[in-house]
Ligand binder design. Structure first.
Ligand code: RUG
Length: 824
């Protein structure tokens, strides 16, 4: 037992007391939401004791801390995960059962904390879980968006975005810390003076607007070790609360502006994944949370240390993509303008403190701010960026005399833009990619010039996921079964899951494994029935593609193939065909038209196929509305097939692929991102690989693409499918509904290259791989071996392993033991 407070009777009493004090009700009268709050408060009390104990232990150890700077933390729900990590989930479930309360129902009351878009934000959340579990001092630093990732409704097959009012009922797991508020300034002009006493240059920002950043701390509970780290997300408020006397003094407009600015900054998460939108407000968000976080970390450091020149001994900053890279000039500014360091000293500190992770090679995701916007919004920061750039280019010219081509490619400021990735690479002491293939592509293609100039900075850190959320919590049946077979060591050391390998040859074990999969499919089928009103057969193959909707991820390829299968079944009703349920879940960025059209297409195909009685339910298509962390947990547990079908070279890593693997679903995919490493771990015979290789794709791209018409006119079955986009089959006779998608393949009107993502090129190879899936599934003995091998071989893909690599190669942290914060 973790703590006396979780002894059954004590815990039950606390919940009752909470219901009474919070709502003046009895348990019987309380709503599920009120019960969720009451249970959460009971849990929170214990967490908070450990939280303070952790901070004390870190303080005493004077431990080096990593600050993980990220615009996104896709946390999902906290209650269930906290109970798992406190190792009291079952005790609490039992206690609540006795009170007639179903913990699952209570958990369902909690809104997901969806402060992120997809893989990048979820990775940050997994990292926090691993850091706490591995006893490493860490802060996550981000923004407390008033509205997180939008909620997706499907109306008439179209995506509709609904604001995510996640804070409406209050967040029991957060702590407002007004006492650590920081001021952040925007705009105005910089006046330059010489300090008469020291002769040093002073830069004074005038006529600026400012906001107050208020931190909210959320506890990050480690697994079974009393460690509670902190995710600090910043809220904004106007510096001077709106007062009437401002009006009297004629400052009405200024007061209103500051109020509005504060509200706007933290209002909403930009819903773009892998895409840069160049909005002024987005740059404000970035600078806002970075400046506040850096001010806070310097203040914290100075409580114990008087020489900021040694900041890097106690602090390391990891920049999650380019979004937080304004940290580089902001740290320089704070060190020079506030702490009085000279340029060389400040540069020494900054370049020993900041490290950068690259998450994409997609050109459209690279942040390049227009100089006029950047310099207007951040005038002092811009001066510093100019100086960083000037000094760097001197070095480039020294190393490559006369090579102005290099200068052009590597400069931070070029063609009227501030290139954030270049700045991050120049200032960071480490630059890492997120899977082996991705890092190799960075070194040889995208970032080749930088790699040649500073190879020592480049390294790979293959992503990982937390088995605590995606197995222990998401798939309790499998988790218990595994623990029964090999003990519970896998929960904190996933490499131990390899001990399952001998069971792959044990027929009883395989049968049990498949029975669990079946039960999880029944659980998902129930969810689908409740949410979509569609009946799906849990005995059919659950073939799943869940991830953000993006052209490079090729949901379009998947649905075209389903259209092709449907044609086949209609034409050859006698053909043997193993029943399939194709499951999709995906949000599209609000302004991404082709992505939204793809959602409509999936839903239209679903409507036609699901209602065609003549195919005897052989094919079902389901689009799960509002795909998010909480329903993802159900989906991974129930999947038979994991669709990872991005155009090779485009998916930096992928992490969903690892969650499917953990839950026993073989990969149907391209040799892209971390799929490559998954195949290496599980063996090529246990995966279904198809399509162009990354070299082939890059080769085509470097030589002007390929001609999809050659394929279209030579493959009549595929041509028929493509033509069905335009002939009204899936659009109640409307010939225009899918014309953008059609054009994207054949470029009859589009300005882009034809079939940029090689959908037609890879189609046949994909269809073949799908055939192989079917054959394999028919042989249940073979399939059960394959499925179990996935789980048994996924040890490498724990975020615990990833974090240990970051610690060993980049962060150099020490583990800190934390005593219980509870009186036992
Ligand atoms: O697209 C990538 C995924 O491949 C990767 O697994 C994930 C975590 O590293 O990051 C995703 N990503 C990249 N999300 N946004 C970007 C570019 O800003």
């Amino acid at each position: 037992m973790f703590s006396k407070r979780f002894e059954k009777e004590t815990f039950k009493q606390t919940v009752k007391d909470n219901i009474r004090t919070l709502y003046r009700k009895t348990i019987e009268e309380a709503t599920p939401q009120q019960l969720f709050q009451a249970v959460s408060y009971a849990v929170k009390d214990v967490i908070f004791d450990d939280w303070f104990a952790t901070q004390k232990a870190y303080d005493e150890a004077d431990a080096k801390t990593v600050y993980y700077m990220s615009m996104e933390f896709l946390m999902g729900r906290a209650l269930g995960n906290n109970l798992i990590n406190m190792t009291v989930y079952k005790d609490v479930k039992e206690a609540l059962d006795e009170m007639g309360i179903d913990l699952n129902v209570i958990e369902d009351q909690e809104p997901d904390a969806a402060l992120g878009n997809g893989g990048l934000g979820r990775l940050a959340a997994c990292f926090l879980d691993s850091l706490a579990t591995l006893n490493y001092p860490a802060y996550g630093c981000g923004i407390r968006y008033r509205y997180g990732m939008f909620k997706q409704k499907i109306e008439n097959g179209y995506q509709k975005e609904v604001p995510d009012d996640w804070l409406r009922e209050g967040n029991p797991f957060e702590l407002r810390r007004e006492e650590y508020a920081k001021e952040v300034r925007f705009g105005g002009n910089i006046r330059f003076e010489k300090d008469p006493a020291t002769g040093k240059d002073i830069f004074i920002q005038e006529n600026y607007e400012s906001v107050l950043a208020i931190p909210y701390d959320m506890p990050i509970v480690g697994y079974g070790n009393h460690v509670v780290n902190t995710l600090r997300v910043w809220d904004a408020k106007a510096i001077t609360d709106f007062k009437l006397d401002e009006f009297d003094r004629g400052n009405y407009h200024k007061a209103v502006e500051q109020e509005n600015l504060a509200k706007l900054i933290v209002d909403v998460l930009y819903p773009n994944d892998n895409h840069y939108s160049g909005k002024e407000l987005r740059l404000k968000q970035q600078y806002f949370f970075i400046s506040a976080s850096l001010q806070a970390l310097i203040a914290k450091y100075k409580k114990k240390h008087d020489d900021v020149r040694k900041l890097y001994e106690k602090v390391v900053i990891q920049m999650n993509d380019t979004h937080p890279t304004v940290a580089v000039p902001e740290l320089m500014r704070l060190l020079i303008d506030q702490e009085g360091l000279n340029w060389e000293e400040a540069w020494d500190v900054t370049t020993k403190t900041c490290a950068y992770t690259n998450h994409t090679i997609m050109a459209e995701a690279l942040e390049k701010w227009p100089i006029d916007l950047f310099s207007r919004l951040l005038p002092r920061i811009y001066q510093i960026v100019q100086e960083i750039d000037r000094r760097f280019l001197i070095k480039v010219r020294e190393m490559y005399p006369g090579n102005e081509h290099k200068v052009k490619k590597m400069a931070i400021l070029m063609d009227g833009q501030v290139r954030m990735a270049n700045m991050a690479i120049i200032a960071g002491f480490s630059v890492n990619g997120v899977a082996r293939l991705h890092t190799d592509i960075l070194k040889t293609q995208q970032l080749r010039d930088f790699y040649e100039m500073m190879p020592e900075k480049f390294n790979n850190k293959t992503n990982g996921i937390t088995q605590r959320r995606f197995l222990a919590h998401g798939n309790p049946l499998l988790a218990d079964w595994i623990t029964d077979k090999i003990g519970d060591g896998w929960i904190t050391d996933l490499s131990q899951i390899a001990k399952l390998k001998p069971y792959v040859e044990d027929e009883t074990a395989r049968r049990e494994f498949m029975e669990i999969k079946y039960k999880n499919k029944v659980r998902l089928a129930k969810y689908i029935k409740e949410h979509n009103g569609i009946d799906v057969d849990p005995r059919s193959i659950f073939d799943v593609q869940v991830k953000r909707l993006h052209e490079y991820k090729r949901q379009f390829l998947n649905i075209l193939h389903i259209m092709y299968l449907y044609n086949q079944i209609k034409e050859h009703p006698e053909m043997s065909f193993y029943p399939r349920t194709f499951i999709f879940g995906a949000k599209a960025a609000a302004g991404y038209l082709r992505a939204k059209e793809t959602i409509k297409l999936i839903n239209s195909v679903a409507e036609v196929v699901n209602n065609d009685r003549s195919i005897n339910g052989k094919l079902k298509v389901v689009f799960i509305e509002d795909y998010r962390v909480s329903n993802a947990e159900l989906i991974f547990a129930a999947a038979d097939v994991s669709e990872q079908i991005s155009t090779a070279s485009k998916e930096a890593s992928g992490t969903g692929n690892m969650k499917f693997m953990l839950n026993g679903a073989p990969t149907l995919g391209t040799m892209d991102g971390a799929n490559v490493e998954i195949v290496q771990e599980v063996g090529a015979e246990n995966a279904f690989i198809f399509g162009l290789s990354s070299e082939e794709v890059i080769n085509y791209e470097n030589n002007g693409g390929y001609n999809p018409q050659d394929i279209y006119f030579n493959d009549w079955e595929l041509k028929r499918v493509v033509d069905q986009l335009m002939d009204g089959t899936y659009s109640h006779g409307d010939h225009n509904m899918y014309k953008n998608l059609y054009n994207s393949l054949l470029n009859t009107q589009s300005t882009d290259k034809a079939d940029m993502y090689f959908i037609l090129k890879d189609f046949r190879s994909y269809a073949d791989a799908q055939k192989r899936v079917e054959e394999a599934y028919r042989d249940q003995q073979r399939w059960s071996r394959m499925a179990m091998m996935q789980t048994a071989c996924c040890g490498k893909f724990s975020s615990d392993r990833t974090i240990e690599e970051y610690v060993a190669d980049i962060w150099h942290l020490e583990k800190v033991e934390v005593p219980s914060g509870q009186e036992e």
